[in-house]
Design a protein around this ligand. Structure first.
Ligand SMILES: Cc1ncc(COP(=O)(O)O)c(C=O)c1O
Length: 389
């Protein structure tokens, strides 16, 4: 039972409360081992996470931003190369591109998947374009077969940003296994999270894996000897040990998220059918889910033209909401008017006026889900009452 006056959008403390003994044991095990950086737990987690995806290589790194940056660089993206991505993502996606000196170019999204629109990529390709960086935003897979066919046609590298989509699938194939490499974040609120920072790169290619392994530790090929100029971006033993506790529960937790989402969707569909004369401005639209995919509901993001009023209303009913994100990247001070492609993003721009995230985490119990649904029902009843006066 989430015994809080307002149900939060995410609640990583619940993950600790649910697995306290195992977590403490894992942490004490690391403390007693005397090995704190790149030891047995990192190795074992890398093996287990690679196996979970059915790929050959996993390289643990310090966080998801580094995972994106080092994955791009390991695939051969160099300073001055252009990388096509989206403005509808965590700022980390774009900052990772610039971290290695590459140039982000922004493509619009598909209104259904809310991910990189495969049909919009070609118009942005220039002689400098080297890679595509699709983001499986909110847990909904990007249309990877279509992205891969554009990449093949133009001979481009593909790195998938899977920070919000651990375990998501397209026709039974996990995201993170389509591109040349993929990047994961284990930030505490993620579908697979640790209790600090953590990240990983996946690939099937041994050259890319070797490169990533060198880059994460000063470019060392052997201890103290740098074969290339690198970074310090290591996954630490404690976080790896914590991730090993949580990984076996990832599928069940994703299933719980999917069940919660189904309850929210059913409630909204029922309300939208019941209140036929309800003003479109106030209607709440659930996310659309493409055919044949597994959306792992990292975030449950509805659309509503009056979303600020809706957020206030739900807040007064004890339901927390969030904005993911308050501004698209090309509208933020750091990036405004300097990203190629960002002058024509009609779908991205429209979406940012309408999005609102509802509580979504696997420990959300049925009573709390019912409280969220009651808040949505109250919104419809309140405004319907308004109309009838
Ligand atoms: C889509 C996306 N990419 C990259 C990242 C970066 O991950 P981290 O915060 O672990 O650096 C995040 C997490 O915030 C994310 O949501």
């Amino acid at each position: 039972m989430i015994d809080l006056p307002t149900i939060p959008v995410a609640y990583p403390l619940a993950r600790y409360q649910n697995s306290k003994d195992a977590i403490q044991q894992a942490i004490f095990g690391v403390l007693a081992s005397g090995q704190y950086i790149l030891g047995k737990n990192v190795e074992a987690f890398e093996r287990e996470f690679a196996e979970y995806h059915g790929v050959e290589y996993c390289i643990g790194v310090a966080n998801g931003t580094d995972a994106v940056a080092l994955a791009l660089k390991s695939c051969g993206v160099q300073a001055g190369d252009e990388v096509i991505t989206v403005a509808h993502t965590a700022v980390a996606t774009v900052s990772a591109i610039e971290y290695i000196g590459a140039i982000p170019v922004i493509c619009d999204i598909d209104a259904q998947t809310r991910c990189l629109h495969p049909a919009r990529i070609a118009e942005l390709i220039s002689p400098k374009t080297r890679a595509l960086l699709p983001v499986h935003i909110y847990g909904h897979p990007c249309d990877m077969p279509a992205v891969m066919s554009v990449a093949e046609q133009y001979n481009l590298i593909v790195v998938e940003d899977c920070a919000q989509a651990h375990g998501a699938m397209i026709a039974g194939q996990k995201v993170g296994t389509f591109g040349h490499a993929s990047a994961y974040s284990f930030y505490p609120t993620k579908n697979l999270g640790c209790f600090g920072d953590g990240g990983a790169i996946l690939t099937r290619n041994s050259t890319i894996a070797d490169q990533a392994r060198m880059l994460r530790q000063y470019g060392w090929k052997e201890r103290y000897i740098s074969a290339t100029a690198g970074y310090n971006s290591r996954l630490d033993e404690m976080q790896a040990a914590i991730l090993r506790v949580h990984l076996p529960y990832l599928d069940a937790e994703n299933e719980r998220r999917i069940n919660i989402a189904a309850r929210y969707c059913a409630t909204l569909e029922h309300l939208n059918h019941t209140y036929l004369d309800f003003p479109s401005q106030k209607r709440i639209y659930p996310p659309s889910i493409a055919e044949g995919i597994r959306h792992v509901m990292h975030l449950f993001v509805v659309e509503c033209a009056d979303r600020t009023m809706l957020a206030d209303f739900l807040g007064r009913h004890g339901v927390g909401t969030g904005l993911h994100y308050p501004q698209a990247i090309h509208r933020q001070t750091a990036y405004i008017q300097r990203l190629r492609g960002a002058d024509t993003l009609p779908v991205t721009d429209e979406l940012y006026e309408r999005i609102l995230s509802l509580p979504m985490f696997p420990e959300l119990d049925d009573a709390s889900v019912a409280r969220v649904c009651a808040g949505l029902e109250a919104w419809y009843a309140y405004h319907h009452h308004d109309l009838s006066q």
